[in-house]
Design a binder for this molecule. Structure first.
Ligand code: FAD
Length: 368
């Protein structure tokens, strides 16, 4: 059994998760043998597992495709994509606009609403049939839920939350952060392919994925007979203002430089003028000035918007790891030595209470 490397730990999944009383899918055991079989040559192919929810593609799927394309360029492997779901032919067509070989619409009514059981069943069978060299997933909440179980079911190694890769001397390694982002480690896979890795949001640029015309193929997913162990209900949304910051194109992040809760309105006004979302460093969320779900960093969200404006954020490593993949970073800070300036594309040394109102005015003017 290969290890599953999660955030800062490396554990034996069989011990941690326990042995399931019911193996999902009767054909699992049959396939297990074939992975190690010497007569079956692995297709030199990277399979990207794209994510959709309620008929909408998660845009991080394109970031993962861009990552697969970059690896393929160096290794000479091909890239294929699979999207699990029900009634997803249109989404497969959308994915096929990327320069990939094939896009599989892995269809089943059982995949309509997400459950880890159905996903593990369907993907285990699919991967067993296609035998890719490498399986890449975007590091989303959904993937975090089912990918370790899938790795366990396939008895293969999973590297999670990769921020980059290296291909040297025929060996593929993935980079991942350790100890809350203080160190980066290059880790390789134990055991045989298919190897699996999840890719951190913002690690690759989705808009850099090469365009082409993939060929769409509809595949009926193999899912277990009989009722599943999990019955999905309606998608739960904690509160109206609950937001998936990983999908936001503009984020205005507030740091301790904002000083008082009543000043938060400044950031809200800037975000609203730009059509963006407000987020924060940890002390702001600890103070309860914004909900925890809007915290950016190692113990919060990882985001990669087109524009990230940091107001009075110093740029501690725990914050940086959550936003360094942003396309353009604008930092406003009165301290010219603030570490945030090391990664900023635009550095504004100044008092945010003077800069931000002027910025809001300019944005409003330019938007008419
Ligand atoms: C285990 C662990 C996990 C953590 N996880 C996270 C995490 O997920 N996210 C996170 O953000 N932090 C996290 N932290 C905390 C992190 O180490 C920092 O303490 C935190 O990011 C600092 O927040 P800040 O930049 O808002 O505040 P500060 O570091 O206090 O910086 C405030 C900045 O505002 C500037 N400033 C002040 N007044 C003005 C003004 N008028 N105009 C312009 N600039 C001004 C200052 O120059 C300063 O640079 C974690 C820490 C630990 C130990």
């Amino acid at each position: 059994m290969g290890p599953i490397c999660g955030a800062g730990e490396c554990t034996n999944t069989r011990e941690q998760l326990g042995t399931r009383s019911q193996e999902p899918g009767a054909n699992f055991e049959r396939m297990k043998g074939s992975f190690g079989s010497p007569e079956l040559r692995m297709a030199d192919m990277i399979l990207v597992v794209a994510e959709q929810r309620e008929g909408k593609l998660n845009r991080v799927s394109f970031e993962t495709i861009a990552g697969a394309q970059a690896i393929a360029k160096e290794t000479g492997w091909t890239v294929e994509v699979v999207v699990p779901g029900s009634g997803i032919a249109g989404l497969a067509q959308e994915l096929a606009r990327a320069a990939v070989g094939k896009v599989y619409a892995l269809e089943s009514e059982a995949l309509k609403a997400y459950t880890s059981d159905a996903y593990v069943h369907a993907l285990k069978a699919f991967i067993g049939e296609k035998q890719p060299k490498l399986v890449l997933f975007p590091h989303t909440y959904q993937v975090r839920d089912f990918a370790p179980r899938l790795a366990l079911a396939l008895d293969r190694t999973l590297i999670s939350d990769a921020t980059g890769y290296k291909y040297e001397g025929g060996a593929l390694r993935f980079t991942r952060q350790m100890f809350q982002g203080k160190f980066a480690a290059d880790v390789s896979f134990g055991g045989e392919a298919p190897w699996m890795a999840t890719v951190q949001i913002g690690a690759f640029r989705g808009d850099f994925s090469s365009e082409g015309s993939g060929q769409v193929e509809n595949v009926t997913a193999a899912v277990a007979d009989g009722p599943g162990r999990v019955t999905p209900h309606e998608v739960f949304q904690e509160a109206k203002q609950t937001v998936d910051l990983s999908q936001a194109e503009v984020i205005v992040a507030v740091g301790r430089g904002i000083k008082e809760q009543k000043n938060m309105v400044l950031a809200e006004n800037l975000a609203s003028a730009l059509g963006g979302e407000v987020a924060a460093s940890r002390p702001i969320c600890d103070n309860g000035w914004l909900p925890l779900e809007r915290q950016i960093g190692s113990s919060g969200q990882t985001v990669a918007p087109k524009l990230y404006i940091a107001l009075g954020v110093s740029g501690a490593i725990q914050h940086i790891v959550g936003m360094k993949g942003s396309r353009t970073i604008v930092a406003i800070n009165k301290d010219p030595e603030a570490p945030i300036f090391e990664i900023a594309d635009v550095a504004v040394v100044g008092d945010l209470f003077q800069v931000v109102p002027a910025l809001i005015e300019e944005v409003k003017k330019s938007r008419g």
